[in-house]
Design a protein around this ligand. Structure first.
Ligand code: AP5
Length: 215
């Protein structure tokens, strides 16, 4: 099963991808996580992309496609994967199309105000990437530490309001047009992302399992 989890910044792509990965035992492939790790490790890639992330702009297509090609060629992806944050431009979608055919696109729909509130309250674990929200999905053991590994949670640098607004603008301009592309190419299901995390997850599993039955 090859899935794309699609949606604007802070829609809940990472949250749902982690849950789907646990349930279906296929890896989450998040370009955002891969890029942030490269930045944190100060690799040559990280040095190249840092300013894009800081400004809420998209990294260069050529680099991003290369990262994805390398990641999905790894053995853990042989039974499928969940693409989280890729593709984000038409050029990336065309390149992905040359490599493989996806089975299903789950498009999370959430309104603008909710996205801003989610960004401001988001906390992430810098060690294992777990995602929390101070109001909607707080950690249960300590308010400031990751439930899974105990690491102190942080706020992402690009969750400042001005950067979030820029990420939303970039999404509208460069990423949203992909919805029409995928409607024509494969099955695309709209998911009501305004509901709670468990409800969003349920909608996704229903869509995935209806596709699996068709296969
Ligand atoms: P990336 O990390 O992919 O950022 P994004 O798409 O902006 O998405 P986010 O990670 O911000 O949000 P999300 O949808 O995963 O939401 P989450 O689950 O965390 O990319 C970052 C940057 O990397 C980009 O700006 C760009 O520079 C670069 N980049 C990445 N991919 C690229 C590409 N393909 N091409 C070029 N450049 C690329 O949830 C958000 C918050 O809401 C959390 O606090 C969560 O707990 C909470 N929440 C989630 N679901 C719900 C719910 N149902 N109800 C209430 N709260 C909820």
């Amino acid at each position: 099963m090859k899935l794309i989890i699609f949606g604007p910044p802070n829609a809940g792509k990472g949250t749902q991808s982690q849950k789907l990965s646990e349930k279906y035992k296929i890896p989450q492939v998040s370009t955002g996580d891969l890029l942030r790790k490269a930045v944190a490790d100060k690799t040559p890639l990280g040095i190249k992309v840092k300013s894009y992330l800081d400004q809420g702009k998209l990294g260069p297509d050529r680099l991003i496609v290369q990262i994805i090609k390398e990641r999905i060629a790894k053995p853990d992806c042989k039974n499928g994967y969940i693409l989280d944050g890729f593709p984000r431009t038409m050029a990336q979608a065309y390149e992905l199309d040359k490599i493989t055919q996806v089975d299903l696109v789950l498009n999370i729909v959430v309104d603008f105000d909710a996205l801003l509130e989610r960004a401001v309250g988001r906390r992430v674990c810098p060690k294992d990437g777990s995602v929390y929200h101070i109001k909607y999905n707080p950690p249960t053991k300590s308010p400031v530490a990751c439930d899974k590994c105990g690491t102190k949670l942080i706020q992402r640098d690009d969750d400042k309001e001005a950067t979030v607004r820029e990420r939303l603008r970039v999404y509208k301009e460069q990423t949203e047009p992909l919805i029409e592309f995928y409607k024509k190419k494969c099955r695309l299901v709209d998911i009501d992302g305004a509901s709670g995390i468990d409800s969003v997850f349920k909608q996704m599993t229903v869509a995935i399992e209806s596709i699996s039955k068709l296969a």
